[in-house]
Design a protein around this ligand. Sequence first.
Ligand SMILES: Nc1nc2c(ncn2[C@@H]2O[C@H](COP(=O)(O)OP(=O)(O)OP(=O)(O)O)[C@@H](O)[C@H]2O)c(=O)[nH]1
Ligand SMILES: [Mg+2]
Length: 292
Amino acid sequence: MRSGIIAVIGRANAGKSTLVNVLVGEKVSIVSPKPQTTRNAIMGVLTEDGCQLVFVDTPGLYKSSNKLTDIMMKTADDASKDVDFILYVHDGHGGLSDADIALIKKYANGKIPAAIAYTKIDIMPKERIAADVKELYENGIRADVFPVSARKGTNLKKLKKFLAEAMPEGDKVIADDIVSDKSEKFMIAEIMREKILLKFDDEVPHGIAIVVNKFERQENGVYDINLDIVCEKPNHKAILIGKGGRAIKEVSSFAREGMEKFLDAKVFLTTYVRVEEDWRNKTGLIKDLVII
Ligand SMILES: Nc1nc2c(ncn2[C@@H]2O[C@H](COP(=O)(O)OP(=O)(O)OP(=O)(O)O)[C@@H](O)[C@H]2O)c(=O)[nH]1
Ligand SMILES: [Mg+2]
């Protein structure tokens, strides 16, 4: 059989996690319209038709702004090494800048075989695609380019087939029934963070970390979950809680629904908001709050 590890690399907000989720056929990684949604390297496995594709979703490439961002960039860069293949995800809708070309050259023109998923074609003029593909070629980029839409499912079969054929011959790396390397507890924390990313603006969601204190399945099948929402500043705490606790109530209920869908069971969720000043610049706290 063919099997291999594919690092999924690209700028923040390009659509990497969305693409990994649809390729794998299950939600292994959270998604939001804000950059820097993914903080960890997250494995998503597709075992199908005698082939195993092990995707590694990564934090998006982004400007350095604090210690956490530096660690995230290193996570992405490390994930691009020692793999069988690199799938560089480019946001076609976002345009093709010189900075994009430089990054594509770095990751798709190296020693490791690579392809480019040119994504979000459902929301952009079709004629720009050919122009961009030409520009990539003129800049010396020879990796195959797959215009896709993860949202609409366009061209994904073609991309999957290409990736399957690009994998080396060998035994499967991961057992058949495993789709992710992350625990349910990790995903519960991520679902909470996803809903906060969706509900709150500006710096608030970026300074959030989730600590799961309790994750227990009771005899009646209901999950009892207690978690801390850690934020960076006292004024962020006030925003998160909202007037009369309305904001936290709303986002918690939204998160509970997401958790119930993920666990396929009822969830009893309690949350507590606390402040850890400037935690994104404190290495010890980053280690405690972001499982890397
Ligand atoms: N229209 C459209 N939107 C998409 C597509 N793929 C992703 N998006 C949207 O793009 C935004 C970013 O998607 P993510 O999958 O979180 O992007 P990412 O590259 O993982 O981002 P980081 O984890 O922050 O690096 C979300 O709002 C997605 O819904 C697509 O094919 N079409
Ligand atoms: Mg992501």
